[in-house]
Ligand binder design. Structure first.
Ligand code: FDA
Length: 514
């Protein structure tokens, strides 16, 4: 401890004395003795599972207000052998942006969040600490027929979200957020500020989907805005098991990835109280965005998915920006200003996992899911089925590190929440989701069994505590990135050979060992 306390003191001294902006950096440094330390740390913890007294805390938090603060934090951490964790919105499912088993410095980008929209050229520069909700808001403020294909939850930080791909309701039309990034500014391990030209195409490729926390600190992204019609249509049609939900979900699998790319219909599966007293049932909610008006949507649905029985009164026309609020679950008529809030709607601890489906699951397979859903631990569980196809199938597997393209019909996300605080409760719920995941094995992608890096899941493998090895990392790396993993390792070896930017699932350099 004496050595670590000493290192910590030297690190702080380095930060305050060594930085060119020392007069301002002292205002953005928090140590546990500072009265704001806890609130700064807590503010962006989006999974309370990692906010317990036992969760390891950072020795120092830096909330840079200028890029020189990031440079100073990197340089001093390297000089004094401290590890860093980088946080933008704090949504990492496993808390990797603010938790570490070794002493560490938290660089929290919450105050680097400017969004500057150039509507004339349909582009914007967005700093990493901005939320995707702020991005949508600033775009709509300038032009209601421009949008961006980012995430559905509006509090996501663009730093982590774009780094891991980033999908939302327009993925079938425009692909992922990462597919629509045209430039970036990054601070590398040497403290240099690089843009697309100076970082080179390999590193620029790696940061658009290779996951956050491995290659440097993204300061800002330049994004390409996309066209959205002035009126879009949304609907949510819910059916339970007594209303033919099994057959509808089964049929949806054959339809969803082949629909017109303007039409996105996802399925949210939950366990709800049935109308028969004391009984529970499964509810499938078909939740949709159509980039057009009701009059065109209805015949399209009649032709491709008549079984759902969509009626005109199920549909609501809105502007695209209002559809963002709809998908986030805000009541109709809510002010757009909620997009500027950073607080999550749900604040319960959770565990999540993901899968990709290439062949429709037979009805018998679906019934096995319902059976697991009827267990007590699943009362607050959710399964989300997100359709692919359209633009997602046109982009080559190697175009970005995100490989789940042609051949994928949909993605599954499993989430379980719980209210109880005791460790035993979290163990029960986590064990439920793991059992469901093993049940699903025959029905989902294999060799590798795919997973989405933005739905971080440490169950699929982690780097070792000491030295990271390529062979060990390849186990989880192939699931997230398939054969793109090797190129990510190659880029890492070139840009950060000493593995300064590391965490439990960061890309290792070859130099770290076979
Ligand atoms: P956070 O700050 O935790 O960062 C995540 C990772 O990126 C960490 O490893 C971190 O170190 C690293 N990182 C962060 N900023 C960085 C930077 N500037 N430079 C380098 N590395 C950086 N996904 C999706 O695609 N569509 C969706 O609709 C949703 N919805 C959703 C809802 C909710 C409630 C949650 C909790 C999560 C999602 N996600 C999602 C997943 C989300 O995309 C994923 O968690 C992102 O990594 C979140 O980015 P943040 O910046 O918020 O996280």
């Amino acid at each position: 401890w004496a050595t670590s306390a000493h290192t910590h003191e030297n690190f702080l001294q380095c930060l305050t004395l060594g930085s060119g902006n020392s007069s301002t950096i002292s205002e953005v440094i928090y140590t546990p003795s500072n009265s704001s330390y806890s609130s700064v740390l807590q503010f962006s913890i989006q999974n309370p599972r990692f906010s317990t007294p036992a969760t390891p805390k950072p020795l120092v938090i830096v909330t840079p207000s200028h890029v020189s603060h990031i440079q100073a934090a990197i340089n001093c951490s390297r000089t004094h052998g401290m590890q860093v964790r980088v946080r933008s919105g704090g949504h990492d499912y496993e808390g990797l942006s603010y938790v570490s088993d070794v002493p560490f410095v938290l660089i929290d980008l919450i105050d680097l969040r400017s969004v500057s929209v150039d509507a004339k050229n349909s582009t914007a520069w967005v700093q990493s600490g901005a939320t995707i909700g702020e991005v949508y808001y600033r775009i709509a403020e300038k032009n209601r027929t421009l949008g961006f294909p980012g995430g559905i939850a509006t509090t996501l930080g663009v730093g982590g979200h774009f780094s891991g791909g980033g999908y939302g309701t327009m993925l079938r039309k425009y692909g992922l957020a990462a597919d629509n990034i045209i430039d970036a500014q990054l601070v590398d391990v040497k403290g240099r500020i690089l843009d697309r030209g100076s970082m080179g195409e390999d590193l620029f490729w790696a940061i658009r989907g290779g996951g956050g926390g491995s290659f440097g600190i993204i300061l800002a992204w330049k994004i390409k805005l996309v066209h959205v019609p002035s009126t879009v249509t949304v609907f949510t049609v819910s059916r339970n098991l007594e209303q033919n939900a099994t057959k509808l979900v089964h049929r949806w699998q054959y339809v969803a990835a082949k629909l017109h790319e303007d039409l996105f219909i996802r399925v949210n599966l939950t366990s709800v109280n049935s109308s028969q007293e004391g009984k529970r049932t499964i509810q499938a909610s078909f939740n949709s965005l159509y980039l057009g008006r009701i009059d065109k949507l209805l015949p399209m649905m009649q032709q491709s998915f008549p079984e759902l029985g969509l009626m005109r009164e199920d549909c609501i026309e809105k502007s695209w920006i209002e559809s963002i609020l709809y998908f986030e679950g805000f009541p109709s008529g809510e002010s757009l200003n909620v997009l500027l809030k950073r607080t999550l709607l749900i604040g319960a601890p959770f565990k999540a996992k993901s899968d990709y489906v290439q062949e429709p699951i037979p009805e018998l397979g679906l019934e096995g899911i319902w059976k697991r859903f009827s267990e007590k631990e699943a009362e607050s569980a959710l399964i989300l089925l997100t359709p692919y196809g359209g633009r997602m199938s046109e982009i080559a597997e190697s175009a970005t590190p995100f490989p789940h393209r042609a051949g994928t019909i949909y993605k599954i996300q499993y989430v379980v929440y719980w209210e109880e605080e005791e460790t035993a409760a979290s163990k029960r719920h986590i064990s439920w989701i793991r059992r469901l995941y093993s049940y699903m094995a025959p029905y989902v992608s294999k060799s590798p069994r795919g997973a989405y890096v933005n739905y971080r899941d440490l169950d699929i493998g982690t780097n070792g505590k000491g030295n990271t090895s390529y062979r060990r990392a390849r186990i989880w790396g192939n699931k997230y990135f398939k054969s793109n993993f090797d190129r990510l390792v190659h880029v890492k070896t070139v840009v950060d050979p000493a593995n300064f930017f590391k965490n439990k699932q960061s890309i290792p350099p070859f130099s770290s060992g076979w």
